[in-house]
Design a protein around this ligand. Sequence first.
Ligand code: HAM
Length: 428
Amino acid sequence: MPKKKQKEFQSPKGMRDLLPQDWGFWYKLIKTGEDLAQDYGFQKIETPILEDADLFVRGTGATTDIVSKQMYFVKTAGGANLALRPEGTPGVVRAYMENGMASLPQPIKLFYYGPMFRYEQPQAGRWRQLYQFGLEVFGDSGAVLDAQIIQFCFHLFRSVGLKKINIHINSLGCPQCRPSYRKALLDYYRHRKDKVCPDCKRRIKENPLRLLDCKEEKCQPIKAQAPAMVDHLCDECRKHFKEVLEFLDELEIPYFLNSSLVRGLDYYTKTIFEIFWDGEDAPQIALGGGGRYDNLVKELGGRPTPAVGVGLGLDRIVDLMKKEQVKISVGPNFKVFLVQLGAMGKKKGLKLFEKLHQAGILAAESMSRDSIKAQMKLADKYGVKFALILGQQEALDNTVIIRDMQSGVQETVPQDKVVDELKKRFKK
Ligand code: HAM
């Protein structure tokens, strides 16, 4: 009987391995984000990757693409209906309510990062397992916080070497003023129903605000003339939006007022924004987006609590960092190379490695190699100033040879003096 060919495993469609050669970019981005978030007064939160599926149905919105088309559902053996989180906000809202954060002094400022899952058609910059860095602020309705979130994004992009970003901003109003805008938009589109694409015909019935999101060529002239939400804002929403823009002006953060920006999630009120790359041949791919969601906590069962936040697409930002050849430090900055020979040298070598590490002297090594030639070649490659050689004799005498890699001069020193000796030499 012919032998059955063994199945070759591959990562699931739209998901990939983040490999060591790219880790420098990821590390720089996450570390910069984490440090900056803490400098801005945010605290880290980590929520489960799985949540009750209804949290997203009620939070993100049942008719959004994210929930109606892109969610991964998991039925547990116990019968619970969970979903792999498609975005971070509803989980953080749940955590805020569940852990009594509403009774702490407000605002509560939280940050997080991690994988999200969306069953989308994969393409450049679009993954089914994507990574986001997010900020959420609860318990403060001030426009200054909307501006601070945008300021954070602006600052973060600059800090990782990406200067050419474009911030699109709009206001979606609130439940008081949005219905009158929706009506104006519907009146406008109903008269032009025959001229729009089939998707827009559907949007007229199901979700009029998404009409503004249409990318079809033939709908563009109609969209350009459509009524704008900013002209329909109530006094409070207009004042809030004006204040956000004034803060951005004060911070000298450039922005673009985009009256067709609507965002694809249901919970937003007032300010919404999206961040795009402004480089040459840049496709209109959003690097991040966010806004205010003053009703979500209440809608999910909490007390009325204003909130604002952002989600940044780490995959897309890393792609750009690579494209723009952002400088990253590759790996640790090794100061010495530890060469060991023979069984005794290896044993003592491990101990010495630990001692050097404790003293803050980063040592490269290759414990799996036995030949001195191969190890010296590596020491050369790492470009370290000194090699420490620990052979059978040195192991017995409790000594180690310090070799100056440039001059080739060697000196034998007691093992318990090697840290001091090295520090002296580094000072010179
Ligand atoms: P979002 O606009 O759905 O917002 O996603 C934020 C960012 O995640 C996008 O701008 C994009 O950079 C990235 N992203 C989304 N889908 C994909 C994908 N399939 N592949 C790669 N990157 C992707 C949110 O998720 C909200 N939770 C943001 C927020 C937080 N609003 C308030 N607080």
